[in-house]
Design a binder for this molecule. Structure first.
Ligand SMILES: Cc1ncc(C[n+]2csc(CCOP(=O)(O)OP(=O)(O)O)c2C)c(N)n1
Length: 470
């Protein structure tokens, strides 16, 4: 490139190359034109960071723009040696000048093994598994995917870019004996509402990159609506004019573990902001007492009257069924703001699936005496009381329902479809991953001695984000 003073000035070979590749590159940096005024260390660090960004996840091309005052000029010039200061130890080290810590490279083999063990645990626990094979380009990877498919004996959905959709058989008998159940046209089968309802995989393993079919991707999205996600998204969706009421059993625990509240307070009349704190809090209530699951809906309605704020209430299906009279209270709309009731319907008391008893008792005993599994139509109860009911199965549907319930200003029950087994598996997976991530984050931070410096009160640093890719 040419330096900026030569751009738009009719100079030869001068075009605007700044951000030439836009968002297609992982990183862009425009160096200054060569000069001995700038330290060589800056140039080395620029290259080291570009290499780091190009090779860490997600890896890809980077663009370093190098403008020259005189292109292809090689006349020797006098240079001040001062720009080379501080390079002595680097020249002999054979190492990059600036090193970046790759979080993944420091995962020990033990952690790797426990990762694999987690995945195996989930696969073994699957009752209705599904194997999706996305774009796979290396022959070895295709072989590995096929061996896994044969071993698992799960239905296999092969994307057109997987190399396995277009299969040529030796003869018609070999097709019968392939030992793998390929489901080749799932995309169009998902047009049928019955098929969509029927395909309820509890574990989906995806190999390779993104699936071409939008309908299959939506099906994946749907299976990703987990109870921890509900806690996360519901707390995020609360605005400053709302309060929250949390039911006992899993809703209050999930909100405590996965509740999240980024974003800005857009609601008017911010008394707490005026009082000098840079944030505004959101009142959250629960009936902790003896952790009863009774009377929760009625309490939430009372809470909304007392607060005169919109209440978002989250409870399990058994709790909801325990207090159907609360629907009658909801219907008598005395002077109060509207209430949004999220019922997590996993068709029973999911909390018991997280207790040791779940690994000991037979399914029949668990369902009957612990989970008290049921198939009561929550929509029928709502319609009997004339209360608006919305059922959601995907993340997008949940987000839309939360936005609508806020805008419409009417009482509404949002029923979130879930399942006890999928919830237990996901919780166990999250726990193990959180444990690893926390230990790893601490060891990464300790490498910088941030905590030591903080305790000595000599330095104030804040680590704003550590990201983990899985
Ligand atoms: C009045 C009352 N009866 C029984 C219990 C015991 N109990 C604790 S949690 C629970 C199941 C709750 O199920 P649900 O509301 O669907 O929530 P989930 O466990 O699925 O999160 C039961 C029956 C209780 N806490 N209170």
């Amino acid at each position: 490139d040419r330096p900026s003073e030569l751009l738009d000035a009719g100079a030869n070979q001068a075009i605007n190359q700044v951000n030439h590749y836009g968002s297609f590159v992982r990183h862009f940096f425009s160096l200054p034109a060569p000069t001995d005024v700038i330290s060589t260390r800056m140039v080395l660090t620029t290259f080291d960071s570009a290499v780091y960004l190009a090779t860490s996840t997600p890896c890809g091309p980077v663009h370093i723009n190098c403008p020259f005052r005189e292109p292809l000029e090689s006349t020797p010039k006098e240079w001040s040696q001062s720009c080379l200061k501080g390079l002595e130890s680097w020249v002999s080290s054979g190492e990059p000048f600036t090193n970046y810590i790759q979080p993944h490279s420091s995962f020990s083999p033990n952690n790797f093994q426990s990762d694999v063990a987690d995945v195996l645990g989930i696969i073994h626990g699957a009752k209705r598994g599904l194997l999706l094979i996305g774009a796979v380009f290396k022959e070895d990877d295709i072989w590995a995917a096929l061996l896994l498919a044969k071993h698992l004996q799960w239905p296999v959905v092969a994307d057109i870019l997987s190399g396995l959709r277009l299969r040529k058989y030796k003869n018609s008998i070999s097709k019968l004996n392939e030992g793998i159940l390929f489901v080749d046209h799932l995309d169009h089968s998902l047009l049928s509402a019955e098929v969509k309802d029927w395909i309820k995989a509890d574990v989906i393993v995806q190999i390779g990159s993104r699936i071409t079919s939008k309908r299959i991707s939506q099906m994946l999205e749907k299976s990703l609506l987990t109870e921890p996600y509900v806690a996360h998204i519901t707390s995020e969706a609360l605005d400053c004019g709302s309060t929250m009421f949390l039911g006992n059993s899993m809703p209050i625990r999930d909100a405590d573990m996965y509740g999240n509240s980024p974003g800005e307070c857009t609601h008017g009349n911010d008394t707490s902001l005026i009082s000098g704190f840079p944030f505004r809090w959101i009142q959250v209530a629960g009936n902790r007492g003896a952790s009863g699951i009774d009377g929760l809906l009625s309490t939430a309605v009372g809470f909304s009257v007392g607060h005169n704020k919109r209440v978002v209430c989250v409870m399990g299906d058994v709790s909801f069924l325990h207090d159907t009279n609360g629907l009658a209270l909801l219907k008598q709309r005395i002077s109060r703001k509207h209430v949004t009731v999220l019922v997590i319907n996993n068709h029973g008391g999911a909390i018991f699936s997280l207790l040791p008893i779940a690994n000991k008792a037979e399914d029949k005993i668990l369902n009957q005496y612990f989970y008290t599994s049921h198939n009561v139509g929550i929509h029928n109860l709502c319609s009997a009381h004339g209360v608006k009911h919305v059922q959601v199965q995907t993340k997008a549907e949940l987000q839309n329902a939360l936005i609508r319930s806020q805008q419409d200003e009417v009482d509404c029950v949002i029923e979130v479809e879930s399942s006890i087994n999928a919830n237990a598996n996901f919780h166990s997976y999250l726990r193990q991953f959180a444990c690893q991530a926390a230990s790893h984050a601490l060891s990464t931070i300790l490498q910088f001695s941030v905590l030591d410096s903080l305790s000595q009160d000599s330095m104030h640093l804040k680590v704003s984000k550590l990201e983990y890719f899985r």
